[in-house]
Design a protein around this ligand. Structure first.
Ligand SMILES: Nc1ncnc2c1ncn2[C@@H]1O[C@H](COP(=O)(O)OP(=O)(O)OP(=O)(O)O)[C@@H](O)[C@H]1O
Ligand SMILES: [Mg+2]
Length: 257
């Protein structure tokens, strides 16, 4: 399958099993949402997909376009088209947002073709201006050090800007809406929608709030509890969850013989 596939994945951290027999398929061009209570393993899942070394895969496979990537280092996953917008982006004092993004583009170009030339300054500037205008980010923002003193909402916008610049094939967005004001949610959602439309990117959205899914229409919603998916459905599942809470799914599960 062209896209992201996870088969029967179990993941341990410090001897504790967090992800338990987790499976999902996110074909390119589709938007899937994962909702689930705090501590259920959503961020653990996204770090594992990106290849964070602290997370130990006990069983199962992670595939991109039918290739098993379990043992790939993070940069190779990124070159293969995976992107993760972090729930808590890290500050990098001394590196401006613009320089960070230019380096990222050039690294990716080199990985795709060792003979490629770095992006020219005018080309880079034009692209940045376009993407920043789309996300309503002020031009001077790109001269600030990455995430250093950024407000919560600015960090999230900078993550989406990275995604817009790198144009991944599969993007995992871990709580991209947390801490965003109402207008910012809409701007970020419009950016994601445009990228899906333009590039046919596949998206895995992790969120606590049905509100985001009013702006980014998911093809499927999955409920994750205690390390695995307990229920999947259409967008209406998110509404039902918002209304009834997670106990409803838990109780429902308990009644299954
Ligand atoms: N590095 C770590 N060391 C120890 N425990 C960890 C580590 N990383 C995650 N965990 C534990 O794994 C569990 C799942 O955490 P995770 O961050 O994946 O949850 P989450 O579903 O993303 O929650 P939230 O909705 O609050 O973001 C938690 O109990 C957490 O404490
Ligand atoms: Mg999390």
């Amino acid at each position: 399958m062209i896209g992201l596939e996870i088969r029967n994945l179990s993941v341990k951290i410090e001897e504790k099993e967090i992800i338990k027999n987790f499976s999902i398929q996110v074909p390119k061009g589709e938007i899937h949402a994962i909702m689930g209570p705090n501590g259920t393993g959503k961020s653990t899942l996204s770090y594992t997909i990106m290849g964070h070394p602290a997370y130990e895969i006990e069983q199962g496979e992670i595939l991109i376009n039918d290739q098993i990537i379990n043992d790939w280092p993070t940069d190779e996953r990124s070159h293969a088209g995976l992107f993760l917008a972090l729930q808590q982006p890290v500050a990098v004092p001394g590196v401006t947002l613009a320089n960070f993004l230019r380096t990222a583009i050039n690294t990716r170009r080199k990985a795709a073709d060792p003979d490629s030339k770095p992006i020219s300054i005018p080309e880079f500037r034009k692209m940045m201006n376009e993407k920043m205008a789309m996300l309503k980010i002020a031009p001077e923002f790109s001269r600030r050090y990455l995430n250093d003193g950024f407000s919560g909402g600015e960090k999230k916008r900078a993550e989406v800007l990275q995604m817009a610049v790198l144009q991944p094939e599969i993007a995992i967005l871990d709580e991209i809406d947390s801490g965003l004001d109402i207008d910012a949610v809409r701007i970020v959602a419009d950016g994601v929608n445009l990228l899906v439309k333009e590039s046919g990117m596949g998206v895995l959205i992790i969120t606590h709030y049905q509100r985001l899914l009013n702006y980014i229409q998911p093809d499927q919603v999955h409920v994750m509890i205690d390390g695995h998916i307990v229920r999947s459905g259409g967008p209406e599942l998110a509404l039902e969850l918002e209304e009834k809470g997670y106990d409803w799914v838990r109780l429902d599960q308990a009644q299954v013989p």
